[in-house]
Design a protein around this ligand. Structure first.
Ligand SMILES: *[C@@H]1O[C@H](CO)[C@@H](O)[C@H](O)[C@H]1NC(C)=O
Ligand SMILES: *[C@@H]1O[C@H](CO)[C@@H](O)[C@H](O)[C@H]1NC(C)=O
Length: 219
């Protein structure tokens, strides 16, 4: 193989690889829309539903009123109401979804990430200390005010805390119909990982691990 050909191959392979990475996202739709069937037995859709017969589709399939009001606060003073294709079947195949989140005074959204989506968080009310951590453990964080937006890159750890003296709200948008959510505290301490491993990983004793497990199990 000539030197020129080798160089060309490397360039082509590298370009292909990078364009694959750059365009990785939900697949393009092949229909105008594909309203997912609700599985009435479980009140959620299956992960790969077929489309509702379009002659039975109405405008009601494309509207959603489940986030008019805030949800109930968790013990961290936070409420999140995800609006993905599971709760809003009209979003199915359209490659996007969103979340309404509300914060009591001092409320926090614990460190978490979305494996399948980048998120933009638009502050509707309040002042929210918001940030993410890149893969070099560098933190990008500041107080984001009403009317401002922060972006959390796909798959990166991020967090928020209401630092104002009134309740705060955001609308988060995702470039996936099913972004996924992994909360770090419950993924680590609430998931049933062998206790010995957690003790070694965090330099804690059995009693301290038990306390954390108790707090995060089933949250
Ligand atoms: C969709 O509904 C229409 C009207 O009820 C019916 O004629 C058609 O056969 C249905 N299509 C499919 C694929 O079931
Ligand atoms: C909030 O809690 C009340 C009382 O337990 C309950 O009736 C209501 O459905 C809850 N709201 C949500 C959005 O879960």
């Amino acid at each position: 193989m000539s030197q020129e050909l080798k160089i060309l191959l490397v360039v082509v392979t590298t370009t292909l690889f990078h364009s694959h990475v750059a365009f990785a996202s939900d697949p393009d739709p092949v229909l105008d829309f594909c309203v997912a069937f609700k599985d009435s037995a479980t009140a959620t859709t299956t992960t790969n539903p077929s489309c509702k017969n379009s002659s039975a589709v109405t405008v009601e399939d494309f509207t959603f009123s489940g986030i008019k009001f805030p949800g109930n606060y968790s013990q961290t003073g936070f409420s999140a109401m995800p609006v993905n294709s599971n709760v809003f079947p009209g979003l199915n195949t359209l490659g996007m979804s969103f979340v309404r989140a509300d914060f009591g005074v001092g409320g926090i959204n614990v460190p978490h990430f979305h494996p399948r989506a980048t998120e933009t968080a638009f502050v509707l009310e309040g002042r929210i200390y918001s940030g993410f951590v890149d893969t070099n453990n560098r933190v990008y964080a500041k107080v984001v005010e009403k009317g401002e937006i922060m972006v959390f890159p796909r798959g990166l750890l991020h967090f928020q805390m209401n630092v104002g003296d009134t309740p705060a709200s955001i609308l988060g948008s995702f470039n996936s119909q099913n972004p996924g959510l992994q909360k770090i505290p419950s993924a680590i301490f609430g998931s049933g990982i062998e206790e010995k491993l957690l003790e070694k990983a965090f330099g804690l004793n059995a009693k301290e691990i038990a306390k954390l497990r108790n707090r995060f199990l089933s949250h």
